[in-house]
Design a protein. Structure first.
Length: 146
């Protein structure tokens, strides 16, 4: 067989571009990479951890830097039914300390307007109890957990 089997059976990452002002993530979005493409910001709602399988994973990547306009940046909200159950860290490229939840659960991930840059990203996964966040940002304080 001359066909490359890896070409036939390799998994393909699904990338979805977000450009509307809001987006609700559901359990069928697991494994997706979402690019954030609205300069005036997007509010994103995650499902309750009880409504998704352990191992649910999504990535959010800044494709268009949020501006100083009337928007708020990119907000990723843990659904209010879960309360504060997000833990994680942020690594920054600058020669400064990154951020974290410091052991205290939070419920919002924010790519800060006028600070977040193209390529900044956050990975979110759950074990059915907590959301775990791991992010990378170019500048200190451009990706926060609150």
């Amino acid at each position: 067989m001359s066909e490359n089997l890896n070409k036939l059976f390799s998994p393909v990452l699904v990338i979805e571009d977000l450009s509307d002002s809001t987006k609700t993530i559901d359990k069928y979005d697991t494994g997706k990479i979402f690019t954030l493409s609205r300069a005036l910001g997007i509010t994103i709602s995650l499902p309750n951890v009880a409504d998704v399988e352990s191992g649910f994973f999504v990535r959010f990547v800044v494709k268009v830097a949020p501006t100083n306009g009337s928007g708020i940046g990119y907000l990723i909200n843990v659904t209010s039914g879960d309360g504060d159950n997000l833990h994680g860290t942020v690594v920054v490229s600058e020669d400064t300390a990154g951020g974290s939840t410091s052991g205290t659960a939070t419920d919002v991930v924010t790519f800060v307007k006028a600070s977040a840059e193209i390529g900044d990203f956050v990975d979110l996964t759950t074990d059915g109890t907590y959301w775990y966040a791991s992010g990378h940002a170019s500048l200190a304080a451009s990706l926060t957990y609150t």
